[in-house]
Design a protein around this ligand. Structure first.
Ligand SMILES: CC(=O)N[C@H]1[C@@H](OP(=O)(O)OP(=O)(O)OC[C@H]2O[C@@H](n3ccc(=O)[nH]c3=O)[C@H](O)[C@@H]2O)O[C@H](CO)[C@@H](O)[C@@H]1O[C@H](C)C(=O)N[C@@H](C)C(=O)N[C@H](CCC(=O)O)C(=O)O
Ligand SMILES: Nc1ncnc2c1ncn2[C@@H]1O[C@H](COP(=O)(O)OP(=O)(O)OP(=O)(O)O)[C@@H](O)[C@H]1O
Ligand SMILES: N[C@H](CCC[C@H](N)C(=O)O)C(=O)O
Ligand SMILES: [Mg+2]
Length: 480
């Protein structure tokens, strides 16, 4: 593709000499002859350091936001292009490079602190069941049904994101449902996407290491609604959801609300033997929805998906029967009787899950959890205090400690707990799960929280194979 055509899509001035670009990347290790290289300043290193390597590997031009680099690398013999907003321009150019795929495939974005993966899965399954070929991009996997690959991150880099959209389009997809994380929005991973629909699930403290304050976190999430053309559905019971709804007029899309007081009203939720019955009201009509998802909070995810599809023009009656049998890996997954694995790794999620399990319990509620290292530290004492309030016994353990000292992480969780007699600390997660299983009497419920679908544990810079669900299955067989 012509370089000037790409530059134009980001509003950058054309070069005098026309060049052909065969590939766009921000990673020098991926550069090949014909690549356009973006030298991004990251959190760990600076892409400008890799400009010589990129040119050596065949980059035809380099885009940078460093005036120093424009001087320093003049002699390398390739055009050096200046951009004031490099991450934004990278996304716009990659989108153009892959043929602006969001113009011809319907993209749904799901954002919020908790419930993105669950809501995205519900939408993905419903749309496929409605005969619309639909792909998913999210925390667990990327791809079309039966052809997915494990995800690296929730929202991939723009070079991966737009390539995936193009591939889905070529494979005949009608829709793609994407989880859009606040990192993804702030770091311009999806900028340039024309979203057809968007969902806002909720917002509570999380990622405050990256966002510094809740306001910045909210403003990142809000960006999704400026990129959405048709409809947005918003949790009207959430404080920040209310704020979004109050701003209705400023977004290009129509906004509707769901929730106990929403336009799509959650009238009643009942626990069933193996799931939930969610009674939704829209105007005078009542819609009973039976789902295999567990936990009252899932009524919100069900309502979010239902309202979005109805707003997109699907018949509500047609949707009703389609919610049963949907499961989401590692979310309220009952691995063996009364032992649940759940991805709750925020205070709000832990509270919701523990409350949901209290509704189901006949005996005690035991929880095994920890907190990830190199992530938000503010949530640790809050999660400790929530566990103390809602669980009968707590086993603190390692989540993904990464580069942090596990003892320090656990101490920060402990600082939120007053009554230490109901807490045990076992750093080895396998031994902690074993202890939980041994303590658990038949009528008790055991929750293993924080890692959900993850199949590894990150200690230091190494990733070891570890899957809470496998460990539970294996140990339960041994203990019996
Ligand atoms: C804070 C953050 O999101 N960082 C992401 C970001 O890293 P970065 O921009 O800091 O990059 P860097 O490593 O400093 O490198 C700078 C530049 O030099 C380039 N480089 C580097 C080395 C080299 O040899 N040559 C080269 O060209 C890199 O490609 C990059 O362009 O871009 C990298 C490549 O795309 C990502 O791997 C990295 O994700 C890190 C690993 C991460 O953990 N991100 C998490 C926090 C995240 O994004 N989470 C969200 C939210 C999850 C949720 O709540 O659901 C998600 O969407 O997953
Ligand atoms: N609507 C909701 N409100 C509050 N908590 C929820 C909701 N839905 C799910 N949860 C809880 O949050 C956890 C994470 O849910 P899910 O994976 O769907 O969210 P997510 O937004 O994709 O999270 P992440 O950003 O980590 O990928 C679940 O395991 C559950 O404990
Ligand atoms: N999407 C979340 C995942 C956290 C999961 C938890 N197991 C951890 O490692 O902290 C994040 O990137 O912060
Ligand atoms: Mg997710």
């Amino acid at each position: 593709m012509r370089l000037n055509c790409l530059l134009k899509s980001a509003g950058l001035p054309p070069l005098k000499k026309e060049l052909e670009v065969t590939h766009v990347t921000d990673d020098s290790r991926e550069v090949k002859p014909g690549s356009l290289f973006f030298a991004l300043r990251g959190f760990k290193t600076d892409g400008n350091l890799f400009i010589p390597e990129a040119v050596k590997r065949g980059a035809v031009a380099v885009v940078t936001d460093s005036r120093d680099s424009l001087e320093k690398y003049k002699s390398l013999g390739v055009p050096l292009i200046f951009s004031q907003d490099l991450r934004r321009d990278l996304a716009l150019i990659v989108s153009r490079f892959y043929g602006d795929p969001s113009s011809s495939i319907k993209v749904i974005g799901v954002t919020g602190t908790n419930g993105k993966t669950t809501t995205a899965y519900i939408l993905y399954h419903l749309l496929n069941r409605l005969g619309k070929k639909t792909a998913i991009i999210g925390t667990v996997e990327y791809g079309l049904p039966g052809k997915t690959i494990p995800a690296e991150r929730t929202t991939p880099s723009p070079t991966t994101f737009f390539r995936l959209l193009k591939e889905f389009k070529e494979n005949g997809a009608d829709f793609v449902v994407c989880e859009v994380s606040s990192h993804g929005l702030k770091l311009h991973r999806v900028t340039g996407t024309k979203f057809k629909g968007a969902v806002f699930t909720n917002l509570s403290p999380e990622h405050l290491d990256f966002h510094k304050n809740l306001w910045d976190y909210f403003l990142s999430k809000e960006k999704l609604f400026f990129m959405t053309r048709d409809v947005g559905v918003v949790n009207g019971d959430d404080k920040f959801g209310k704020l979004l709804l109050g701003l209705r007029g400023i977004f290009p899309c129509k906004l509707s609300s769901f929730g106990k007081k929403g336009e799509f009203r959650i009238e009643r939720v009942e626990n069933l033997e193996e799931g939930l019955l969610v009674i939704l009201k829209l105007g005078r009509e009542t819609y009973p929805i039976k789902t295999s998802l567990r936990g009252f909070f899932n009524a919100y995810n069900v309502a979010a998906a239902f309202s979005l599809l109805v707003e997109l023009g699907f018949s509500p009656r047609e949707l009703l029967g389609l919610f049963d049998g949907i499961s989401v890996p590692g979310r309220m997954e009952e691995v063996v009787k009364n032992v649940f694995v759940d991805y709750a790794h925020t205070p709000d999620a832990l509270e919701k899950v523990l409350r949901a399990l209290r509704e189901l319990k006949r005996g005690r509620l035991i929880v095994v959890f920890g907190c990830g290292g190199d992530r938000d530290r503010e949530k640790r004492p809050l999660m400790g205090s929530i566990a103390e309030k809602l669980a009968d016994f707590i086993i603190l353990t390692n989540d993904n400690p990464r580069s942090e000292d596990p003892e320090q992480i656990v101490n920060e969780i402990l600082s939120g707990i007053r009554e230490r007699s109901k807490v045990e600390v076992i750093f080895d997660r396998r031994l902690a799960i074993e202890r939980g299983l041994k303590l658990k009497k038949e009528e008790d419920i055991l929750l293993i929280a924080g890692k959900g679908h993850e199949t590894y544990q990150e200690v230091g810079s190494k990733k070891y194979l570890f899957d809470d669900r496998e460990v539970v299955r294996e140990l339960s067989r041994l203990i019996q």
